[in-house]
Design a protein around this ligand. Structure first.
Ligand code: GLN
Length: 455
């Protein structure tokens, strides 16, 4: 009830939610009843959780921020949502996002932007700005996001929250409306590292419905976080500072807070080493070929027949005409831009020059990670180059918007885990900054331990 009250109080200004569940109190009462009867409940039982609208929920609309899915209620739950229900968390509602998770500001939502609770004139990051804003504004204690190029970590950085992108394959993508299937991962958005670890423990693990789901046995991430918090020591931990993910183009206050975070780690006993990953310079370019290519294919299913919106052209027409009219009205400009880019990059004659080259860069990035991780246990960088910018500031300039992902994209291209967590306010504008911690694939627990040590 407290969270519903808080939503009623502030969400008119923030617009973190696209839909608030009508069943939250009923579910809460059921959990309470089970508790009274002495049922053995999971650690997060009864805790409300906000869900990014990219995740299918069979009792709530799931739009992915797009008109083309307006009002669509999926026939099944995403695996992560099913796992939340099984652990008896309380789905609180669906959060706003850039359309089909394309964006860094949540301004590409078809349903209007989300505002940053720290300053309502500013963006909450994207694409998962709704989840981050809901957590930052105390509308929800926990949220789920999805991260294809930074959509969990960058919103966390600019709202002062914690966001974790797990190892690719560590969390099921079944029922997560796909943006770029080789990059997408679902993960937690919370206010503390321990909360993220507890939520990750609930949603992670193998799922036979996702062919890329790993069969690893994962350790308890909550235990990993508790171990870090209890020891407070980073003795023996080699922290690699990635040269290419800082410096020019980074806001002065972000760089200053990052330098302080490194001092803090050194004083906790960490060995700070500089590492270089030259190919990271090409990560954005490679990403903006690979992502549109995969997205153009994934979005072909929105054809006016199978899901959501159907627009009949005046005077009728062929199936093709209906499809074209529907996609014209149903998709926003950023989605259309990427479909065109993607189909171009994949077309005969251009495939090798664009998509093929981008895949080669991806391999180089993976190799740079391997070599960096031979010298460091974790890699760090600022989680975003700047604090939250003003609404409207970058909306007309796609390239300026894409540059926000400079620090986060490499981890998606290599499939390694990464976390964004608060590192204090920038002195020049008083807005949150974030540090990113990355670890080798399968070593998510290491991030929770180091992150909890810093908190
Ligand atoms: N901002 C990036 C993009 O626009 C990241 C998106 C994401 O992680 N879903 O593609």
């Amino acid at each position: 009830q407290a969270h519903l009250d808080r939503i009623a109080e502030v969400d008119g200004d923030i617009h973190a939610f696209l839909h608030v569940s009508a069943d939250a109190l009923k579910t809460a009462a059921e959990v309470d009843g089970a508790r009274r009867l002495g049922a053995k409940l999971s650690p997060l039982a009864g805790v409300p959780v906000a869900i990014k609208d990219v995740l299918c929920t069979q009792d709530m609309p799931s739009t992915a921020g797009s008109r083309i899915l307006e009002g669509w209620i999926p026939p099944y739950d995403a695996t992560v949502v099913a796992k939340l229900r099984k652990a008896r968390l309380i789905p609180l509602g669906k959060t706003n996002m850039d359309e089909f998770a394309m964006g860094s500001s949540t301004e590409h939502s078809a349903f209007g932007p989300t505002h940053n609770p720290w300053d309502l004139e500013r963006i909450p990051g994207g694409s998962g700005g709704g989840s981050a804003a809901a957590v930052a504004a105390f509308e929800a204690p926990l949220a789920l996001g999805s991260d294809t190029g930074g959509s969990i970590r960058q919103p966390a950085a600019v709202t002062g929250t914690v966001g974790m992108k797990p190892t690719y394959g560590g969390v099921s993508r079944y029922g997560a409306i796909a943006l770029a299937s080789s990059l997408d991962q679902v993960g937690p958005v919370t206010r503390t590292v321990l909360d993220a670890a507890l939520l990750h423990d609930v949603i992670g693990g193998h799922d036979e419905h996702d062919s890329t789901s790993l069969t690893d046995a994962w350790p308890s991430f909550a235990d990993a976080a508790r171990a870090g918090a209890a020891s407070g020591s980073l003795t023996g931990v080699r922290v690699g500072v990635v040269k290419e993910l800082g410096g020019e183009g980074f806001q002065a206050g972000v760089s200053a807070r990052f330098a302080e975070a490194l001092d803090l780690m050194a004083s906790a006993g960490a060995e700070i080493v500089e590492v270089s990953a030259p190919s990271f310079r090409y990560a954005i370019a490679a990403y903006y070929l690979i992502l549109p290519a995969e997205a153009s294919s994934n979005l072909a299913k929105f054809d006016s027949v199978r899901f959501g919106l159907r627009v009949n052209p005046p005077g009728g027409g062929t199936v093709e005409d209906v499809m074209a009219a529907t996609r014209e009205v149903g998709f926003g400009p950023e989605v259309k831009r990427r479909i065109i880019l993607g189909t171009y990059a994949l077309s005969a004659g251009y495939y090798d020059a664009y998509y093929g080259s981008a895949q080669k860069v991806r391999t180089l990035i993976q190799r740079d990670f391997d070599s960096a991780f031979s010298r460091a246990d974790v890699l760090v960088s600022p989680a975003a180059p700047t604090t939250a910018f003003k609404l409207g500031e970058k909306l007309e300039d796609p390239l300026a918007m894409y540059l926000n992902d400079v620090t986060t994209i490499p981890a998606n291209l290599a499939g390694v885990p990464g976390m964004g967590l608060p590192m204090g306010l920038a002195p020049e504008d008083g807005l949150p900054t974030g540090i990113q911690i990355m670890a080798p694939a399968h070593e998510d627990a290491r991030i929770y331990t180091v992150g909890a040590t810093l908190e």
